[in-house]
Design a protein around this ligand. Structure first.
Ligand code: AMP
Ligand code: MG
Length: 328
């Protein structure tokens, strides 16, 4: 007789884990999150321990609906509500002045708090049944590639998480856009799932994007979202030559091949062709990096996509994944 399969994790089970201060990995439309009760300091502290995340890095608090905004944020929330109406549930995080009760563990010591309502049926069901805010960064170790499947969460965090809800692959695939509304001028802190152009259309004005140096300066820990392999950004024209040169130098080279590029010779270890559609590219990006790692690539060559729409988020993640790497 074969043993009965273990019970699949349920949303109800996940709510219980959250209530007793545990950690739940759950799918969102962007990437899988590692969630804890945002009003339980000890539970939030566990997120940092499990991820190996520096304590001053603030977490995003996930809410069941925009109605919860006032409970977490204060000040003039008119613009926040206008954006929430258009983009929530969805991949937009708003940084607002925190309510005094919101823990500094969640805000990284800041007077602001980052809030969003995710557009994933399982995440929303979890939030509604739980009833409170769920603090959740991506469900991976600090600095590495964000997980877009439950399998990747298991590989990255294993038993360190109490329960993993499996909602299949994430439909957006890159993290949320972070918009800071706490100061006098709104600013995009991170490009993501909602293109800046769409925010500007709703706000009726151009948005400030604080400059991020192309070549990161040390100490700013811009390295993030990195595969195990060394990721190198190259110009499109030199991609085939770099792939061949590094392969002949004895490296196992993986290539993210831009659409329309000619195929590479067989001496290149692995090449995956990127979709022309940027939304599809964003959806696949992290899974492709995982895949090339699994194939044993030592180097991954990539080019930057056009930086419009979702291309800005993809380019941002590729730059950070490549930050600090020295060309061979
Ligand atoms: P993630 O790494 O996807 O968990 O997103 C967390 C990111 O959100 C942080 O690294 C910050 O860039 C941003 N963030 C969260 N809370 C705040 C805040 N209060 N002020 C500014 N940025 C924040
Ligand atoms: Mg992350």
């Amino acid at each position: 007789m074969t043993p009965a399969p273990p019970d699949l994790p349920t949303v109800e089970g996940a709510v219980e884990v959250l209530r007793r201060g545990g950690l739940v990995a759950f799918p969102t439309e962007t990437v899988y999150g590692l969630g804890a009760d945002a009003s339980n300091e000890a539970a939030v502290a566990r997120i940092f321990a499990v991820k190996g995340r520096p304590p001053h890095h603030p977490l995003i608090v996930h809410l069941p609906s925009a109605e919860a905004l006032e409970a977490w944020a204060r000040g003039d929330l008119a613009a926040a509500h206008r954006l929430a109406e258009r983009f929530w549930p969805g991949p937009l995080t708003l940084v607002l002045r925190r309510q005094p009760w919101v823990s500094h563990r969640v805000t990284g010591g800041a007077e602001t708090v980052a809030l969003r309502v995710p557009a994933h049926p399982l995440a929303l069901e979890l939030l509604r049944r739980f009833g409170g805010g769920i603090a959740a960064p991506s469900a991976n170790r600090f600095g590495s590639v964000s997980p877009t499947t439950a399998q990747h969460v298991r590989q990255s965090l294993g038993d360190a998480v109490d329960l993993i809800l499996d909602g299949g692959p994430c439909p957006v695939g890159v993290e949320s856009t972070i918009l800071d509304l706490s100061g006098s001028t709104p600013a995009v802190l991170r490009p993501g799932g909602v293109p800046r152009e769409e925010l500007e259309a709703v706000l009726g004005h151009a948005l400030l994007v604080p400059a991020r140096p192309n070549v990161p300066s040390p100490g700013q820990h811009p390295r993030h979202y990195s595969p195990t392999a060394t990721l190198l950004l190259v110009e499109r024209e030199s991609l085939p030559w770099e792939a061949i040169r590094l392969s002949r130098a004895g490296r196992r080279v993986g290539v993210l091949l831009p659409p329309g590029s000619p195929p590479l010779p067989g001496e290149v270890h692995a090449a995956v062709r990127l979709p022309a559609d940027l939304a599809e590219y964003a959806r696949q990006l992290y899974a492709l990096l995982f895949h090339l790692d699994e194939l044993g690539c030592q180097v991954i060559l990539a080019t930057l996509p056009p930086e419009e729409g979702l291309g800005a988020a993809i380019a941002d993640r590729l730059r950070r994944a490549a930050a600090g790497e020295t060309p061979f």
